[in-house]
Design a protein around this ligand. Structure first.
Ligand SMILES: Nc1ncnc2c1ncn2[C@@H]1O[C@H](COP(=O)(O)OP(=O)(O)OP(=O)(O)O)[C@@H](O)[C@H]1O
Length: 210
């Protein structure tokens, strides 16, 4: 999916979070959205993906050469973020069956195959509520990386992962990024090393209203 942002700005109450962002995000590109805590990385990801309305500027989406209405973007979006919760009262198998009804997996990947990829074979019948934070994060990432969705948003993807988990993320993001538009917010250089572009949110912090 291509995203064309023109003069994009977002303000909460009196504070501009970013302003004057004009940029094209193309299929096949992976952009690291950078900036210190509170700079506006998550806000920018949420605006670019149509989850939050911009205060000013425009966003245009194109999929396979055709314009795409903002309302249709969620259908083509896979999103993993610390503030997006899993359905924790389900077992792993139940959750995967439910989730993949509205967010199918990539062709050739089955629920069983994904469980293996996530190293969660021993947890098939366990409630997600009982998972460790690292297991939950592998589940969130596995669902996003292996969704059949051309727009992939990853907000601080290695949160709660140990070194093995972080290496697992690197392996699987590299295996699944081809042809997709990837936006990744991060403060961890090793996490976004695979990205081919960077966007520093603080470069787009316009004048504050008086
Ligand atoms: N719904 C909201 N209403 C008002 N202010 C908000 C809202 N969401 C975020 N903010 C503010 O916008 C600013 C940017 O927040 P955001 O979460 O986008 O930053 P971030 O760069 O992702 O931070 P972190 O690295 O800590 O995750 C913060 O000052 C935050 O308090």
């Amino acid at each position: 999916m291509q995203i064309d942002a023109t003069g994009l700005g977002k303000r909460f109450q009196r504070d501009w979070i970013y302003r004057g962002l004009t940029r094209t995000f193309r299929p096949g590109s992976a952009t690291a959205v950078l900036g210190p805590n509170g700079a506006g990385k998550s806000t920018l990801l949420n605006t670019l993906s149509g989850q939050l309305l911009p205060t000013e500027g425009t966003l245009a989406y194109t999929l396979a050469g055709q314009p795409l209405a903002v309302e249709a973007v969620p259908r083509h979006l896979a999103y993993a973020a610390p503030y997006l919760d899993l359905l924790e009262e389900l077992t792993l198998t139940e959750l995967l069956r439910f989730h993949t009804q509205f967010k199918p997996l990539r062709p050739g990947v089955s629920i069983d195959g994904l469980i293996g990829i996530m190293y969660l074979e021993g947890a098939r019948q366990r409630l997600v509520r009982e998972f460790s934070s690292g297991m939950k994060q592998r589940l969130k990432l596995g669902l996003a990386l292996y969704a059949d969705a051309p727009l992939l948003l990853l907000d601080e993807p290695t949160t709660n992962l140990d070194a093995t988990g972080a290496a697992w993320f690197q392996e699987h993001v590299r295996a699944t990024r081809a042809g997709r538009t990837v936006l990744l917010s991060s403060n961890v250089p090793a996490e976004y090393a695979f990205c081919d572009a960077e966007l520093l949110v603080t470069d787009f912090q316009g004048p504050r209203p008086r």
